[in-house]
Ligand binder design. Structure first.
Ligand code: GLN
Length: 475
């Protein structure tokens, strides 16, 4: 096995026993990136020199008491800031931007000895479900290069699946970690809103944005969460609850747990029967592990996409206002101020970002605020209540992550509504602020990965990680 194919768990064991060095592990990942980046396009920036310098430093320090992330190379979504490193958010308006400060989650991993190998491609500022909205080109799916990697964290998912890094840190506003994880066959966790600090993340929709890990196993996700979760004085939305020992929780039995199967996520129009079959098999697996399976209903699920695509563009239009060619990034050369704004933004944003700003500005305008934004907020409360009610009866929910496996590059590119609808199973948990995990569940006849989504109650990451881990080790 090549070193870059190891998991965090196995790589850290090898590092401690000095079977290989952090430099060798980093070199193995860099070699894979060099070989594959032209085709897959999973990285916008490769931090070769920084990574090798950090790995050399890590080798001097690693001992049996080191954190398990010490000496392990990881990728960072390009919408997350790393001090001194280029951060484009996959939009040309930030083509020349170097982050002057560091996201808290990244700072935490680096203090544990983690090694940043580069910045992963994504849909511009997180807008998309196929990674085709990147101004640095789309990401191809390593399993089938004619297919998309998913989005918006498609670069992170492809890089992990292709063993170009051991794991990745990404962002999920409405599915961006879970859907690409499902398309590429890796594990990805969207934590509860407020569990992990978003300080240093380029904001998209502030009331939904979360930061989470993507890795080869659920066990690795738990390891990463133990390092990155927790209160941050720099992010007032983070909770002060203690961070559980996620890795210990994983080992506990799932026998006697109650798992709900929401009727609204099955037998719906547009769901691929192969996906449904694969998820059904996982429901059976949970039964065999001693879980009680019950049918439940989340009646407002059908409104989640509509509410999401009002709330997100509205918050987007406000957050993206800071990118105007004046304060940072690329500035168009013009004769007057109006043209400076217009031309900088016209050239610096892809179509989808412009579409969101226009929709959001409209939804927030004085005449329409009550009809759209306020209404969407009310619907959001109803969706949240559905989850509150159902979690009185069950420990977790299981659903497909996506109604279909990875689709062809270009297949939905001209149809924004079709892309929005692909978020149908991932947006409800995001709107409600509850945690959700995508775990590899199987492959279709064509060999394309399918993910199962486990949704938990607020701050219930331990529960879904435990269920996901047991599904993974009892294949
Ligand atoms: N597909 C969603 C969107 O385009 C995902 C966004 C995200 O989670 N960053 O809004």
């Amino acid at each position: 096995m090549n070193l870059n194919e190891l998991t965090i768990k196995t790589a850290s064991a090898g590092l401690r026993k000095k079977e290989f060095s952090a430099v060798e592990l980093t070199e193995a990942c860099l070699a894979k990136i060099k070989k594959r980046n032209k085709t897959l396009n999973a990285f916008i920036t490769v931090a070769e020199d920084e990574a090798l310098a950090d790995a050399t430093a890590a080798d001097k320090k690693i001992n049996n008491n080191s954190n398990l992330l010490a000496g392990i190379p990881f990728g960072v979504k390009d919408a997350i800031c790393v001090a001194g490193m280029r951060a484009t958010g996959a939009a040309k308006i930030l083509d020349n931007y170097t982050a002057p400060y560091e996201a808290t989650v990244i700072k935490k991993i680096r203090s544990a000895g983690g090694i940043i190998i580069g910045k992963n491609n994504c849909d511009a500022f997180g807008h998309g479900a196929s990674n085709e909205n990147s101004m640095y080109g789309p990401v191809r799916n390593p399993v089938d290069e004619t297919k998309v990697a998913g989005g918006s964290s498609g670069g992170s998912a492809a890089a992990v699946a292709d063993h170009e890094c051991i794991y990745a840190v990404a962002e999920d506003t409405g599915g961006s970690i879970r859907q690409p994880a499902s398309f590429c066959g890796v594990a990805g966790l969207r934590p509860s809103y407020g569990r992990n600090s978003r300080y240093g993340i380029m904001p998209m929709a502030s009331s939904l944005d979360t930061v989470g890990p993507m890795a080869k196993t659920v066990e690795d996700l738990a390891l990463i969460m133990e390092v990155i979760a927790g209160h941050d004085p720099k992010d007032a939305t983070t909770v002060t609850d203690a961070v559980p020992a996620y890795t210990e929780e994983l080992e506990k039995s799932v026998k006697g747990m109650t798992v709900g199967v929401p009727v609204e996520y099955f037998n719906v129009k547009g769901i691929d029967p192969e996906v449904e079959k694969i998820i059904d098999a996982k429901i059976d697996a949970l039964k065999k592990l001693g879980c009680k399976i019950v049918s439940v209903s989340l009646p407002h699920t059908k409104y989640a996409i509509a509410a999401y695509y009002i709330l997100v563009p509205s918050e987007d239009s406000s957050n993206l206002g800071r990118l105007d060619g004046v304060r940072y990034g690329v500035r168009a050369k013009t004769k007057n101020l109006f043209d400076l704004y217009a031309e900088s933004r016209a050239a610096g944003f892809p179509e989808e970002v412009k579409r969101r700003i226009l929709i959001g500005t409209y939804a927030l305008s004085a005449g329409y605020y009550d009809a759209y934004y306020k209404k969407a907020q009310k619907v959001r409360t109803l969706i949240k209540r559905d989850f509150d009610e159902v979690f009185k009866k069950v420990d977790a929910l299981i659903t497909p992550t996506s109604p279909f496996p990875a689709f062809g590059l270009g297949e939905k590119a001209g149809d924004p509504l079709a892309l929005y609808l692909s978020d149908i199973f991932v947006s409800p948990a995001a709107v409600a602020g509850v945690p959700a995990l995508s775990v590899p569940a199987g492959v279709t006849k064509a060999g394309l990965p399918v993910g199962a989504q486990l949704i938990g109650p607020r701050m219930g990451e331990s529960v879904i990680l435990r269920l996901g881990h047991h599904l993974e080790i009892n294949q």
